[in-house]
Design a protein around this ligand. Structure first.
Ligand code: NZQ
Ligand code: ZN
Length: 389
C-alpha cells in the first residue's frame, strides 16, 4: 500500500426532504449566490421551485445562470465568470448533474484565477489553488462531481474536453434526495450507472500491491451498483434502488476508494476524446471504451483481472485458462451494459473510423502518456479505438 492523504470535506445531506436545508447551508458560506443549472429539467421536475423556496426562506440573495449543456461548454463558463465578477457573487450553487457542477467549478475557479481559466484545463502545472466556495443539489447520480476534486469542460471551438483537479473545487455540501432521480430518463440512468462503475474500475485496476481493504470496498460497491442500477432503471420510483445507486455514485468518486493505490484513468482520457468529438454521453462512451481497454492490457496483470472476474462477476474459476476467464468477465460486463441499453461498440453509437487517428493524437496532446496500469501512447490509444469498432 502506498502512503496517502485523504481529505474530503463535503457535507453530505442525504434523503427525502434534504433540499429543505439548502438555504441554511448556503447562508453559512455566502451572501450573494449564483444559482447555476442545466437545460430545464429542474423546472419540469419541480426541483427549481423547492430550491428557490429554501433560499428565500433564509433570505439568500441570488442571481441565475441556466443553460448548461451535457459536456459543459467553456463559453458558458466564461460567461459565468464575468457575471460573478459583475454581480459580486461569493458562492455558487449548482443544481443538476455533473455537467452543471463542473461548469460551476470552472466558474468558481475562474473568478479568482489570474488569466484565462482554460489555460488551467490544458496545463496541469497551472492548476488553480483558489476558488469561490460552491455547493450542490444533485439530480443525477453519475459523475461524482458533488464531492470530487474534478471539473471537466469542453472547449467547443476546438472539440477539446479537458479536466482540472484541485482540492479547492471540492463542494462544501451536497444535497442528495434520491426522489430527485425518479424523473431520470432510462438512458440517463444507464449512462450514470456506467460512469459510476467506470470510476470504480479505474481505481480497481492498479499495479500497487497489498491494497486488500480498498479492493474489497470497491468490489462491494461495484456489486451494489451492478445489482441496483437495472432495478432503478426498470422501476424509476423505487426509492431504495435509487438511494443505493446515488450513494454509490458519491463513494465511487470521493477518493476514499483510491487511498493507498494508484488508479488507471486511461479509459476516461480515451472517452473524453469521444465525447469531445461526438458530443455523446460520457457514460455511453465509457461502455464502449472500457471493454476495449481491458482486451488490450489485461495480460499485464492477468491475476488482477481474474480476481475481478471472480469476485465481482462470479465467473467460475474451474477453467484453468485465465484468458477464458477474463473473456467471460468482459462478456458479462458487456451484457450488463447492453441490458441497460448502452452501446458497447463505436458502431453501436453510429461512430465511424474517420476520426480515430485524430482522436488518438489529440488524447496525448500536452501529456506524455495516459493511464497507469499500462502507460499508453497515441498508437496504443489508436489500437484501443480500433478494438472498439
Ligand atoms: O440539463 P438538464 O435539463 O438538467 O438535463 C440533464 C441532462 O440532459 C438530465 N437530468 C439531470 N437530472 C435529471 C435530468 N433529467 C430528468 N430528471 C433529472 N433528475 O440529464 C442529462 C445529463 O446531465 P449531466 O449533468 O450531463 O450528467 P452527468 O452527471 O452524467 O455529467 C456528465 C459530465 O460529467 C463529467 C463528464 O465528462 C460529463 O461532461 N464528469 C465529471 C467528473 C468530475 N467532475 O469529477 C468525473 C466524471 O468522470 C466525468 O468525466
Ligand atoms: Zn467518469
Amino acid at each position: 500500500m502506498n502512503n496517502f492523504e485523504f481529505f474530503n470535506p463535503t457535507r453530505i445531506v442525504f434523503g427525502r426532504g434534504a433540499q429543505a436545508k439548502t438555504g441554511a447551508l448556503v447562508k453559512q458560506f455566502g451572501r450573494k449566490v449564483l444559482l447555476h443549472y442545466g437545460g430545464g429539467s429542474i423546472m419540469r421536475t419541480g426541483v427549481y421551485g423547492q430550491v428557490i423556496d429554501s433560499l428565500k426562506a433564509e433570505g439568500v440573495d441570488y442571481v441565475e445562470l441556466g443553460g448548461v449543456k451535457p459536456n459543459p461548454r467553456l463559453s458558458l463558463v466564461r460567461e459565468g465568470i464575468e457575471l460573478c465578477k459583475r454581480e459580486g457573487i461569493d458562492f455558487i450553487l449548482a443544481v443538476g448533474g455533473g455537467s452543471t457542477i463542473d461548469s460551476a467549478k470552472g466558474i468558481a475557479a475562474g473568478v479568482l484565477y489570474d488569466g484565462d481559466i482554460w489555460e488551467a484545463y490544458m496545463n496541469p502545472e497551472k492548476t488553480p489553488t483558489r476558488a469561490l466556495p460552491l455547493g450542490v443539489v444533485l439530480t443525477i447520480p453519475a459523475a461524482g462531481s458533488e464531492s470530487s476534486v474534478g471539473s471537466v469542460v469542453t472547449d467547443e471551438a476546438n472539440q477539446l474536453k479537458r479536466a482540472i483537479n484541485s482540492e479547492c473545487l471540492i463542494p462544501r455540501f451536497a444535497i442528495m434526495n434520491p426522489e430527485y432521480t425518479f424523473t431520470l430518463p432510462a438512458y440517463q440512468t444507464a449512462c450514470g450507472a456506467s460512469d459510476i462503475l467506470a470510476h470504480m474500475m479505474e481505481r480497481y485496476f492498479t499495479r500497487v500491491d497489498h491494497v486488500d481493504l480498498t479492493d474489497r470496498l470497491i468490489e462491494g460497491a461495484m456489486r451494489t451498483l451492478i445489482n441496483y442500477a437495472p432495478v432503478a432503471q426498470a422501476q424509476p420510483e423505487n426509492y431504495d434502488a435509487r438511494a443505493e445507486v446515488m450513494w454509490t455514485g458519491t463513494i465511487a468518486h470521493n477518493n476514499l476508494l483510491d487511498t493507498g493505490r494508484i488508479g488507471d484513468w486511461a479509459s476516461h482520457d480515451i472517452e473524453h476524446e469521444l465525447s469531445g468529438q461526438y458530443d455523446i454521453a460520457h457514460g455511453a462512451g465509457l461502455a464502449i471504451v472500457f471493454p476495449a481497454w481491458m482486451r488490450y492490457v489485461y495480460r499485464d496483470d492477468v491475476a488482477r483481472f481474474v480476481q475481478y472476474a471472480q469476485r465481482v462477476w462470479d465467473v467460475d474459476l474451474s477453467s484453468a485458462d485465465p484468458d477464458a476467464i477474463v473473456m467471460e468477465m468482459i462478456r458479462r460486463l458487456e451484457a450488463w451494459y447492453k441490458r441497460l441499453g448502452l452501446p458497447v461498440r463505436l458502431s453501436d453509437a453510429g461512430i465511424g473510423e474517420e476520426h480515430l487517428r485524430l482522436m488518438a493524437d489529440r488524447c496525448l496532446l500536452g501529456r506524455e502518456a495516459v493511464g497507469n496500469f499500462r502507460r499508453l501512447k497515441a498508437d496504443d490509444v489508436y489500437e484501443i479505438y480500433k478494438i472498439a469498432r
